[in-house]
Design a protein around this ligand. Sequence first.
Ligand code: ATP
Length: 243
Amino acid sequence: GPADPVLATLRLSAGYGAAPVLENVEIAVRPGELVALLGANGAGKSTAMKAVSGLLRPVSGEIVLRDAPVSGLPAHRIARLGLALVPEGRQVFPELTVRDNIRLGASARAERPDAAAFAAELDVLLRRFPRLAERLSSRAGLLSGGEQQMLALARGLMAKPQILLLDEPSLGLAPAIINEVFDVLAELRAEGVTILLVDQMAALALTVADRAYVLESGRVVQAGSAADLAGDATLEAAYLGAR
Ligand code: ATP
């Protein structure tokens, strides 16, 4: 139904080789929600993002994307079903132009836009990222870190995903640029884009999130509304002061 989660994990366990990292993780993201996944370094946040997007095969448990079980499917199939990952470290193609990087976002779609449709969609997208508009023909490798993060977001949005996964969008950016990135996240949330966000900047993440989960040693130890978690003293001591 319409209120069913866009994405849910059921007793999801995953790791690398013999050592389990995630154990019985259960999270859900409903349509239009921005959900934050918080936790200290090494808690398993990136592992969760990789498992959900198909980059890491789960050991057990299920991942449900819009009512379809996707656990064990390769990443490109999961992408085709409507999940777009903006990976940690942006991972834009440095030798390609900004325009071609954005164009690649559309390749995950079941139906790719033709040239005219792409141009029209690019136009709309660039209103949100004016700095990219000025640099469409530049090689992506020449952009600043903040511009590359905006480019990675633009590429993710070009996929028209059912859910956007953002892994550490603030990583390595100057404070003023981090604020710009989070302003964009707040806009996307206001427009109803469904987002799962991982970020070390827990306090900042809670300012844009509807709800959050806290991971500790690969397990969900707390879950609640962003407002409740932001006011939680134990959480503040453990994570919100981080960085
Ligand atoms: P960070 O913010 O530091 O990335 P995180 O919460 O995203 O933290 P993960 O990157 O998911 O944490 O790491 C969880 C655990 O898995 C850590 O103990 C880490 O050392 C381990 N780990 C991560 N990637 C690998 C890998 N490719 N091979 C083996 N172990 C890994």
